[in-house]
Design a protein around this ligand. Structure first.
Ligand SMILES: [Cu+2]
Length: 840
């Protein structure tokens, strides 16, 4: 028994079509959170120099409605509804704005227990830093922790050495030292900043970074940073994700076990899913204990009254969750994204990817308190910002996801090799067609338990078989979208108010497939991690176009440091500028940017913290860059950077049962695994066995695992205890009375006294069964089939194994806690036993 495969997977999907689908849209409007103690509402100063500016609508042309996007009519209407917003001119000459940030360990109670976090100036989130275009930022970071740190200014154009990526643009800031970042403020908009050292971002090191225009809107403005909190340490989250455990799915109630599949009428979907070697699906990796808006789950901003318009400057400072934003007081008007203005567009809801920012304007309709609801994509709970005073007006809560519908959609989209199938006639891009709609009851109707919900085909990619809204085909989906009254933002609806065409220059075109698999939590581009690939050389003055295809089952927020890119979304010369691209599974998106920096190394990576640490990214390096003074030893720094995705993770499982001990321990990283397993009976008749193996996973899906190792196996004859035939503990082998004499290959069996080297190869078959063929130093062959951890119910797991040495095993394990399970199994050597399994 070699590979432990467990169950879990993640996913998300979405698809875009290009046909005349408009997109669908959703819920309510927006809202925002507001600031905690230290984050005050920012109210622009008004003075006599304020000048009023009318939005000029007459200049807008009327091109045809872009596919999946908004029409000029929609933009005009949104602008009209937004009305006149005063601006105020800042006449203060450009100056140096200094902030001092004291970074210190602290203890917080955001979840169920007090836990360690990192506070800056005594607060979480970190303080909001505010500058005006033309200023110089001077930020003193006083590291008062016992560990290093670094700060990255997300979406900000700055000299490479100020970019704050530990080991790439600077050495980490040592403990108990001060480091100064200094750079000119060359742009405006809503941005944020966070630690770029190890996993510190997860435990408090995120904050808003706002650069005002010289003539900024004179409107109440609330900076709002969204984050997640887990009582589990981030290092432990990272280890758990790599450990093939589905503990987070159990906590979230998303195991998708056989019992649930049957109850839901989705058995065929479940079987197809396992046939295609997919584990259960999920839309986010981690189980969190709380969600925070400026550090609070419920954030009250009572200072607003009827008729007020409020701008929310929102950043998703979460480490791994996307969030739905919706508002109880009407539509939300999206006015900027990733720090760049867009033509105003009214929506009922939008999803904010990890590390994205959106500026949204909401209106307070009456003298009441309106909920701006922030819901993580897995919808396990939510956070709220309350705007205004008085009776509470609740936003509509998002109903639970229909996981089996999502699983069925995945089945339709994935071929037998684990590739996302691109469907003819359906161009999926720019979030325009969200395949996840099948999982949203508010769009596609409630799931009906007990009713047969398998609509998908066992094979192929027949979109008509997909359970789209109201269980109709894609045709039906079109209809549904036309009539849907929930307008959801997608990238096709983002349009820059100004032309964004790149300057003339040579064009460099790069293509990447986003790759990975949940089984071993491996994430990469073109199946290569950061440490496995070279830096990509670019030249100042050239334009770089990147075509991304998401061939993985999760969505990824791809972030480029130090540059904005255009998203080619059908808006022509007015393509929006962004620094994060959310790309859903099966999507093919194109972005392009002008290589206009003077040099340096710029990170391009997935902003899901645990995907980035796993190696999902690349480094763009300007040719002929001058040496970075912050990296005195560039080779050493680069090696340290690569260490992130080469890290080994430890896991173990030890069973203590009435008939002996079974167990396994392993060290594994992206490709390699060193493991040892044992079966120790209490008597020699029950056998003593241990196998130690070193192997490497091959291929993108890592189904192939060649290995070498050592096997020790000792067992004495005899089903005897106290002179009596001990049927309970004795191998009355199903292969017959003399099962020990020969193996199924007719070779004399050496399993009763074997100590030899082995070499073999394991392969994960459809149904997730692992086939393992090996030969040992005595020339004996062994073929084995096994499957571990089949989810029978949300917490009950079934495992089995059988091999040509006439050994077999079947067992059940009930998962009580993350670390403890109750188990029982029958083994051809050790007989029947029951006990406890410890998992670490
Ligand atoms: Cu990712």
């Amino acid at each position: 028994m070699n590979n432990i495969k467990t169950i879990k997977m993640k996913e998300m999907f979405s698809v875009n079509t290009n046909t005349s689908l408009k997109i669908i849209p959703f819920l309510i409007s927006m809202c925002w959170l507001s600031a905690a103690d230290a984050q005050q509402t920012m109210q622009m100063k008004t003075d006599d120099s304020s000048k009023q500016e009318m939005m000029d609508m007459s200049s807008m042309q009327k091109p045809a409605r872009p596919k999946g996007g908004s029409s000029m009519d929609d933009f005009a209407k949104a602008k009209a509804n937004l009305g006149v917003i005063k601006r105020l001119v800042n006449n203060t000459p450009p100056r140096t704005v200094r902030y001092d940030l004291y970074v210190k360990d602290t203890t917080v109670l955001f979840g169920k227990k007090p836990k360690r976090a990192i506070a800056v100036n005594g607060q979480i989130p970190m303080p909001t830093l505010i500058f005006t275009e033309g200023d110089t930022a001077e930020i003193y970071v006083h590291n008062e922790m016992d560990e290093p740190t670094s700060l990255h200014w997300h979406g900000v154009f700055l000299p490479n050495k100020e970019d704050g990526v530990a080991y790439l643009t600077q050495m980490p800031i040592p403990p108990h030292s001060t480091y100064i970042y200094r750079f000119p403020v060359k742009q405006n908009g809503t941005h944020w900043y966070h630690s770029h050292f190890e996993l510190q971002e997860q435990i408090g090191m995120y904050g808003m970074f706002i650069m005002n225009k010289r003539n900024e809107w004179d409107i109440p403005t609330i900076p709002l940073v969204i984050s997640e909190w887990a009582d589990m340490k981030p290092q432990e989250i990272n280890r758990s994700l790599h450990n093939e455990t589905d503990w987070f799915a159990i906590q979230k109630g998303t195991t998708q076990s056989y019992a649930e599949a049957i109850k839901n009428g989705s058995l065929k979907t479940k079987l197809t899913n396992e046939w295609k070697r997919m584990n259960a699906m999920d839309v986010s990796d981690v189980h969190y204990d709380n969600f925070l808006l400026n550090g609070k789950n419920q954030n009250e901003q009572p200072q607003f009254k009827a008729g007020d318009k409020v701008r929310l400057r929102i950043a998703n400072g979460g480490a791994s969750d996307y969030f739905w934003l919706s508002y109880a007081g009407g539509k939300m008007t999206v006015v900027a994204n990733d720090g760049n203005d867009v033509e105003p567009v009214e929506v009922d809801r939008l999803i904010i990817a990890v590390s994205e920012t959106y500026d949204v304007v909401v209106t307070i309709p009456e003298n009441k308190s309106y909920e701006f609801l922030v819901t993580p994509e897995d919808r396990i709970s939510s956070a709220s910002l309350w705007l205004g005073k008085g009776d509470k007006v609740y936003a509509t809560k998002l109903p639970k996801l229909k996981y089996f519908a999502g699983m069925q959609m995945m089945n339709n989209m994935m071929d037998m090799k684990g590739n996302m199938v691109e469907m003819e006639g359906m161009k999926m891009q720019n979030q325009e067609m969200d395949m996840n709609n099948v999982m949203y009851p508010e769009i596609s109707g409630a799931e009906e338990p007990g009713k047969k919900n398998d609509h998908g085909k066992m094979k192929g990619n027949d979109m008509h078989g997909m359970q789209m809204p109201n269980n109709n085909s894609m045709q039906g989906m079109n209809m549904a979208s036309e009539s849907a009254d929930i307008i959801t933002l997608n990238y096709g609806m983002l349009r820059s108010p100004e032309k964004t065409t790149l300057p003339e220059g040579p064009l460099k075109v790069l293509k990447f497939d986003l790759t990975g698999n949940m089984n071993r939590y491996v994430w990469s581009l073109d199946n290569k991690t950061i440490s496995e690939s070279d830096k990509i050389l670019i030249k100042q003055g050239e334009n770089v176009r990147i075509i991304l295809f998401n061939n993985s089952m999760m969505r990824h927020p791809m972030h480029l440091h130090g540059h904005d890119f255009r998203v080619l979304n059908g808006q022509g010369d007015y393509a929006p500028l962004k620094n994060v691209l959310d790309i859903m599974p099966m999507e093919r998106d194109t972005i392009e940017f002008a290589a206009n920096e003077s040099g340096g190394d710029w990170f391009f990576h997935c902003h899901i913290l645990y995907h980035m640490m796993g190696g999902m990214g690349r480094i763009f390096r300007y040719e002929n860059s001058a040496p970075n003074p912050e990296l005195p030893n560039p080779e050493y720094a680069y090696k340290k950077l690569k260490d992130d995705d080469r890290m080994f993770h430890f896991m173990s499982r030890v069973g203590i049962e009435t008939n002996g001990s079974d167990g396994e321990a392993m060290f594994a990283n992206t490709r390699w695994k060193l493991s040892t397993l044992w079966h120790l009976g209490y008597h020699s008749e029950h056998g003593f066995e241990s196998e130690t193996m070193l192997g490497r996973y091959i291929g993108r899906m890592q189904w192939l695992y060649p290995y070498i190792g050592f096997d020790y196996h000792y067992k004495t004859e005899g089903p005897v205890a106290n002179g009596i035939f001990d049927w309970m503990h004795s191998p009355r082998n199903i292969f017959g009375k003399n099962a020990d004499e020969k193996n199924l290959f007719g070779q004399v069996n050496n399993k009763n006294d074997r100590h030899t080297v082995v070499a073999g190869v394991a392969y994960t078959l459809p149904t997730l069964t692992v086939a393992d063929f090996r030969v040992d130093g005595d020339g004996k062959f062994r073929f084995q089939l096994s499957r571990e951890d089949i989810a029978v119910t949300p917490r009950l797991r079934f495992s089995w194994m059988i091999n040509t040495d006439k050994e077999y095993m079947a067992g059940l394990r009930y998962i009580a806690t993350k670390y403890i399970s109750v188990s029982s199994h029958y083994d051809s050597d050790m007989g029947l036993g029951a006990g406890i399994v410890f998992t670490y």
